[in-house]
Design a protein around this ligand. Structure first.
Ligand code: ME8
Length: 652
C-alpha cells in the first residue's frame, strides 16, 4: 500500500454490554501496533478507539441490572478505557457515543444525508436481532426466526422508520470494490462482500421508535419519538472523533488508512459505511481490514461455557508483550486463531526465549568476558559485511508488510536477522578468535551481534514496546524515528558504547501459569475475583465484585474425600489427588498445594471441590476439578466442612 500522510487508524468502538475479552484486545493491539509503527516511520498518526453505548442491547442490559443506561455505560466504558490504559495502548482519542460532541456530529450527518435526498420516512416491518443490533429479511433467517449471525431468536418489528436509500448506492459500491482491490482486506472478504452486494441491496431502516436510548433526530425534523439506529450512530464515530460537523481541523486525517474490525461486523463497515460516506460526499477509507475469530482450546468462547479468555489475566500471567507477540505471530491476518496456554508458552520459550532472549544473553556474556562490556562497531563492515547485507535484505521486505496487514509475515521475516546473528556466533566462534589473538575480529563480531539486535529491536518495537525498550537500554540507544532512520534506512552502525547488563528477557516457562484458576481465590486486598476463570470487575465501594445468585449457582461445589495423593514429578507446586465426590469413580484433581501439604497429610481428609470445571491438563496430568483454599501471608489452607459430610454433598 502507498501510505499517504497523515495516517488515521481506527478500531471498532466496543459495546458496553460486557467487559473486554481477548477478541477486543486483539483488535486493539493490532491497531496499536500499526499506530506505533506509523509513528516510528515518522508519519503524523491519529489512532482512535472507544465505546459504543446506545441501542436496545445496552438499554436492556442496563435495565436488567436496575441501572440507567447512562450510569451503566459510564461504568463499562471505564473498564475498557482502564484496560487499554493498563495495556499502554497508544490511542490519541477514546470516543464515547454518549459524548455530546459525537451526538451533534451524528445529527449533522443525518441532516446532510436528508438534505441530499437519501433519507425518507416509511414503515419498517421485519425481523430484528437485538444481540447483533441488525435487521434481517425473512430469507436470511435460520428456521424462520433465528438470527443468521448469532443464532438467537429475532423479534418482529413493525414501526414507523426513516430509511436510508442504500439501494441507490449498489452500483457505486460495486465500482469502489472493483476499482480498489485492497479496499477490503483480506481479499477473500472483499469477494464475499461483492457477492452479497450483487445479490441486491434493500434500503436500510435507520431510526427506531420502540425504545429511547439513542441519539435523537435533528430538531428541525420535529420527530422526537425517533432515535437513530445504533449502527448509523456508531459508524459516524470515525468522523465525529475528528470533529466532523464542528471544528473540522481533525478532518485532515480523513480518509482513514486502516479501519480494523472483526469479520463479524464486515457488512456494516464494507457496505453501510461507504454508502453513508458517499451520501456525505466524503472520500472512502483506504482499507477496511477484517480479522478472524479467536477460539479457546479449539472451542468457541462464550460466557455460558465460562471459557472466555480474559486478556488482563493472560497479560498478567505471561507478560503483556509476550501476549501481544503471540497473538500477532500465531495467526495470519484474517484467519481464525486458537488461544491455548500451550501455544503461548511454546512461542515464549522458542521464538522469544531461544532466538531473541538468548542472543542478548550471549551478547552480554561475550562483551563482558572479552571487552569489559565496551562495544566498538568501527570494523564490522570490514569483517562481516555479508552478514549485514543479509540482514538488510530482510529489513527491506518489512516496510510494506505492516500496512498490508501481513504482521505475522513481518515477524517471520524479522526473525531471520536473529538467525543470521546466532549463526555468525557459531560459525566464527569468538572464543577461538580470542584464543588466536584476533581481538579486532572478535570485537567486530560482538559489535555485529549488537547491531543486528538493535535493528531487530527497532522493528519489533511496535509489537513489543516494553521488551524492546529493555534491549535498547542494554545497547544504550533510544528507539525512535531518529534511530529508525539512522540504523534501518541509512544502514548506519551504533556508536561506541558500553553495554548494560539486563536480566534475561524471557525466563523459561515450564508449566501453565494460569492454573491459578484451579483454586478459587478471593484476594482480600485487591479488587478482583476469579471464578471459573471469568474475572469480574468489582464495584468501587468495598472491593468485592457483586454477582447475581444465578451466577453463583453456575458453580457446582461439592464435598469430597481425598483417597489418594502423590507428588507430580518435576513440579514444585503440584500434587495429584484422587477425590471421591460421591460419583462412584473418584475424580483426579491436580492442585497447586505441594508447598503447603504433604500427600500423606491429605489422605482421608475432606475437601471442597469445584465439580463442574472444564477438565484441564497440568504438566501432562488430567485434572477434573479444583479444591477451594484460602491463601494469605500465613500460607495456604484448604477449606473443609466443619463436620464430616457425605461425599458429593452440595455446598450452598
Ligand atoms: O460489534 N475473536 O462491538 P463488540 C476476535 N459496537 N475478535 C473478536 C471476538 C473474537 N472471539 N469477539 C469480539 C460491536 N471481537 C460494535 C462495533 S463499530 C462502529 C461498532 C472483536 O463489542 C472484533 O473486533 O461486539 C469485533 O469486531 C469486535 O470485537 C466487536 O465488538
Amino acid at each position: 500500500m502507498t501510505c499517504h500522510k497523515p495516517v488515521y487508524i481506527t478500531t471498532p468502538i466496543y459495546y458496553v454490554n460486557d467487559i473486554a475479552h481477548i477478541g477486543h484486545a486483539y483488535t486493539t493491539i493490532i491497531a496499536d501496533t500499526i499506530a506505533r509503527y506509523s509513528r516510528l516511520l515518522g508519519y503524523d498518526t491519529y489512532f482512535l478507539t472507544g465505546t459504543d453505548e446506545h441501542g436496545q442491547k445496552i438499554e436492556e442490559a442496563a435495565l436488567s441490572r436496575g441501572e440507567t443506561p447512562k450510569a451503566y455505560a459510564d461504568k463499562i466504558s471505564a473498564t475498557f478505557k482502564n484496560l487499554w490504559d493498563e495495556f499502554e495502548i497508544s490511542y490519541d482519542s477514546f470516543i464515547r457515543t454518549t459524548d455530546e460532541k459525537h451526538k451533534k456530529g451524528v445529527q449533522y450527518a443525518f441532516s446532510k444525508m436528508h438534505d441530499n435526498g437519501d433519507i425518507y420516512k416509511d414503515v419498517y416491518k421485519g425481523h430484528y436481532c437485538v444481540s447483533c443490533e441488525a435487521f434481517f429479511t425473512k430469507i436470511q433467517l435460520v428456521d424462520e426466526s433465528g438470527c443468521p449471525e448469532c443464532g438467537k431468536a429475532t423479534s418482529i418489528v413493525e414501526e414507523e422508520s426513516y430509511f436510508f436509500k442504500l439501494s441507490k448506492y449498489q452500483d457505486k459500491l460495486l465500482a469502489w470494490y472493483n476499482e480498489n482491490p485492497d479496499c477490503i482486506l483480506p481479499k477473500s472478504k472483499r469477494n464475499e462482500v461483492i457477492r452479497f452486494v450483487e445479490g441486491g441491496l434493500e434500503d436500510l431502516s435507520i431510526t427506531r421508535t420502540s425504545f429511547d436510548w439513542g441519539v435523537k433526530l435533528p430538531t428541525n425534523l420535529n420527530d422526537p419519538k425517533h432515535v437513530m439506529y445504533v449502527w448509523l450512530d456508531a459508524l459516524m464515530n470515525y468522523l465525529t472523533a475528528l470533529g466532523y460537523g464542528d471544528d473540522e481541523a481533525g478532518m485532515k486525517y480523513w480518509p482513514a488508512n486502516v479501519q480494523l474490525i472483526g469479520k463479524d461486523i464486515l457488512r456494516f463497515h464494507a457496505i453501510y459505511w461507504p454508502a453513508f460516506l458517499m451520501s456525505l460526499d466524503l472520500p472512502l477509507p483506504k482499507h477496511i481490514a477484517a480479522h478472524g475469530w479467536w477460539t479457546r482450546d479449539g472451542e468457541k468462547m462464550s460466557k455460558s461455557k465460562g471459557n472466555v479468555v480474559n486478556p488482563k489475566e493472560v497479560a498478567d500471567a505471561y507478560g503483556l508483550d509476550n501476549f501481544r507477540y503471540f497473538m500477532l505471530r500465531e495467526v495470519p491476518f484474517g484467519g481464525d486463531g486458537d488461544f491455548s496456554q500451550k501455544a503461548l508458552i511454546d512461542r515464549i520459550n522458542n521464538d522469544l526465549g531461544n532466538d531473541l532472549g538468548n542472543l542478548l544473553n550471549r551478547l552480554i556474556g561475550m562483551s563482558e568476558k572479552y571487552f569489559e562490556c565496551n562495544i566498538d562497531s568501527s570494523r564490522v563492515l570490514e569483517f562481516y559485511n555479508d552478514e549485514l547485507v543479509e540482514v538488510k535484505q530482510s529489513l527491506i521486505k518489512l516496510e510494506p508488510m505492516m500496512f498490508d496487514m501481513q504482521i505475522h509475515r513481518y515477524l517471520e521475516e524479522l526473525w531471520r536477522p536473529l538467525s543470521v546473528a546466532n549463526r555468525a556466533i557459531d560459525k566464527y566462534q569468538p572464543w577461538v578468535l580470542m584464543k588466536d589473538g584476533k581481538t579486532d575480529e572478535a570485537m567486530a563480531l560482538v559489535a555485529l551481534i549488537a547491531n543486528i539486535l538493535a535493528r531487530v529491536a527497532i522493528m519489533l518495537y511496535p509489537i513489543m514496546p516494553k521488551t524492546t525498550q529493555t534491549i535498547s537500554d542494554a545497547l544504550n540507544f533510544e528507539i525512535d524515528n531518529e534511530s529508525f532512520v539512522k540504523l534501518i534506512r541509512d544502514d548506519e552502525l551504533l556508536n561506541k558504547f558500553t553495554i548494560s547488563k539486563v536480566p534475561p528477557l524471557f525466563p523459561r516457562i515450564e508449566e501453565s501459569l494460569l492454573e491459578i484458576v484451579e483454586t478459587t481465590t478471593v484476594e482480600n486486598t485487591n479488587k478482583k475475583v476469579t471464578i471459573n476463570n471469568v474475572k469480574t470487575e468489582s464495584n468501587d465501594n468495598d472491593g468485592v465484585a457483586l454477582i447475581g445468585i444465578d451466577q453463583f449457582f453456575l458453580t457446582s461445589l461439592k464435598i469430597g474425600t481425598v483417597i489418594e495423593a502423590a507428588e507430580v514429578p518435576k513440579s514444585d507446586r503440584l500434587l495429584i489427588l484422587q477425590v471421591d465426590i460421591g460419583e462412584g469413580k473418584p475424580r483426579q484433581i491436580v492442585a497447586g498445594i505441594k508447598e503447603f501439604y504433604a500427600p500423606t497429610d491429605l489422605i482421608n481428609t475432606q475437601v471442597c471441590v469445584v465439580a463442574n470445571l472444564k477438565p484441564a491438563k497440568l504438566m501432562g496430568n488430567h485434572s477434573e476439578g479444583m479444591l477451594l483454599a484460602a491463601k494469605d501471608e500465613n500460607g495456604l489452607h484448604l477449606i473443609r466442612p466443619e463436620a464430616p459430610k457425605m461425599n458429593g454433598t452440595p455446598i450452598r
